[in-house]
Design a protein around this ligand. Structure first.
Ligand code: UN1
Length: 513
């Protein structure tokens, strides 16, 4: 297979990369504060990247502000045309970018490629949308009056993304923002800045060929202080942040204090309900993909399995046949299904959660070890764990970003299962496996799942971009990606137009001069 050095060269990654880009221009080359990015797959250094300073941030924001003044005047379908070409570039670079995602983040290549496909999909979606940024028209109560509403660009959209979807989450936000006439300042996760650098390289020819103003698509590599600057900055009307609930609360508070808008996509504690009427063939595949896919590091990963008591033992046995044989290893290798965790801190969090849950009474059934040996020398490869637990355990209530699946037994009806499913602070994704309509409809009803995503006979992860993506409660309430999520990236304006020669007042008020 292609050596990684070729992939890096193809994506414009240098030994040391500049701290920011405003499109065609790069800056912060000469900073001394560099960070070494190494692969969780083999602990080898991939490249270095300079960390942005507060001055760099200022530069990026002022360039973005300038860009907005021009970009907002472009007709939306023209902006869509730029996004269409970006989608084409991503098709061209799907293979190398997918590989870099896999190498820098650690997800298996299939998922790395899938992530780039999500980027392509959102480009296609945004292109179509660029001709459909519609509002309603209303009938006025006054004669010779007309009312309608319009959606106008907001300005700078700050995007704070997480390591686990290092590029797709940017594209969900950036492509919608772009067709809406906004400009984007992206702060990628410090753990995965190189895929972000690569994206800026991939889009640069499109920006140049279309004379896109410098500053429409910016990227700045920094630590939490850059995110915090953005959250406090009144020049950034919308901050879209993906990550932990702890981070999201800080961002939400800072943005809220200045009455800005925040779009938060935070932690999940996603459950699958298996009723007595579940088709277990389908369900088991969905559970395993949901729980161990991306090594349990999706915000949509399946963390809890709520199983009817009559099928509990069968489900447990089936899972215990699969788990010990999961192919764990180099995510770029064919046939591997579980790659490494992002870093050793993640491994510690995994071990601690397993320790804690056992102290609370949980029973570890399989997994929970850190693999050793030459192939696993990084110390980041773990064996996915299954734990019998109770929903009310403190550890089960928390999102641990690692492959731990809690088995929770229920008796009674589907409503009892739903109560357990809803009995956590988070509300991102949920699903039920059942071939009984009464059960599945109850799950989807207004007294059913309280999550932003509720699925039937498919797992909790792997959502398509066409739907609005996000969740309730501690998940933050934001919606990105499909459906009408675009509206949040625009400001709404109601217009009343008088095309007569009288000036009647609303509500019949008489005001004769
Ligand atoms: C995330 O983990 O932050 O639904 C996003 C999914 C993916 C996106 C996950 N389409 O699993």
């Amino acid at each position: 297979s292609q050596p990684i050095s070729d992939i890096l060269a193809q994506l414009g990654i240098k030994d040391t990369n500049p701290a920011y880009s405003t499109g065609l221009q790069w800056g912060g080359e000469s900073h001394r504060d560099t960070r070494t990015v190494s692969s969780p797959t083999n602990a080898k250094e991939i490249a270095k990247v300079n960390m942005a300073t507060a001055e760099d941030y200022e530069r990026v924001i002022t360039t973005a502000q300038q860009a907005f003044l021009e970009w907002r005047k472009w007709p939306s379908p023209k902006r869509g045309e730029v996004v269409r070409q970006i989608g084409q570039k991503l098709r061209e670079y799907k293979e190398p970018l997918g590989k870099l995602v896999s190498y820098e983040m650690g997800k298996i290549l299939q998922e790395g490629l899938g992530e780039v496909q999500e980027m392509i999909d959102i480009c296609d979606f945004a292109v179509g949308l660029s001709r459909q940024l519609h509002g309603y028209t209303m009938h006025s109560e006054r004669p010779t009056h007309r009312m309608y509403e319009q959606y106008h660009p907001l300005g700078i959209v700050g995007v704070i993304s997480a390591f686990n979807f290092p590029v797709a989450v940017w594209s969900w936000n950036a492509m919608l923002a772009a067709i809406c006439g906004d400009v984007v300042v992206w702060k990628p996760s410090e753990k995965t800045p190189l895929t972000a650098v690569a994206c800026q390289h991939i889009i640069k020819d499109v920006l140049q060929e279309n004379n896109v103003p410098e500053g429409v698509f910016s990227m700045i590599v920094g630590d939490a202080s850059i995110g915090s600057q953005m959250a406090h900055d009144g020049r950034v009307p919308l901050v879209s942040a993906t990550g932990s609930t702890r981070m999201g609360k800080k961002v939400g508070e800072a943005v809220g204090a200045r009455l800005g808008k925040s779009l938060l996509e935070l932690g999940g504690n996603n459950a699958i309900i298996l009723t007595e009427n579940a088709d277990l063939e389908m369900a088991i595949r969905a559970v395993v993909f949901g729980a161990v896919g991306t090594a349990g590091q999706r915000c949509t990963s399946t963390r809890r399995l709520i199983i009817h008591e009559n099928i509990y033992n069968e489900v447990k046995e089936r899972l215990l046949k699969i788990y010990p044989n999961l192919p764990i290893g180099d995510p770029l290798k064919d046939g591997i299904l579980v790659g490494p965790l992002i870093d050793k801190d993640a491994v510690s969090a995994f071990l601690k959660a397993l320790d804690d849950v056992q102290k609370e009474g949980g029973k570890l059934l399989t997994g929970g070890t850190v693999l050793e040996g030459e192939e696993y020398a990084t110390g980041t490869y773990v064996t996915p764990a299954i734990v019998e637990a109770k929903n009310e355990y403190h550890t089960v209530q928390e999102e641990t970003f690692a492959p731990i699946l809690y088995l929770i037994k229920y008796s009674g009806t589907v409503e009892d299962a739903i109560e357990i499913q809803n009995g956590v602070r988070q509300g991102l994704s949920s699903s039920i496996f059942s071939t009984n309509l009464l059960e599945t409809e109850a799950f989807l009803s207004h007294w059913g799942s309280d999550c932003g995503i509720a699925n039937v006979n498919i797992g909790t992860s792997g959502a398509e971009i066409g739907g609005a993506f996000g969740g309730e409660k501690d998940t933050g309430g934001g919606r990105e990606s499909g459906s009408d999520a675009w509206r949040f990236y625009m400001r709404r304006q109601t217009n009343t137009i008088n095309f007569g020669r009288e000036l009647p007042l609303a509500q019949g008020i008489k005001f004769d001069l």
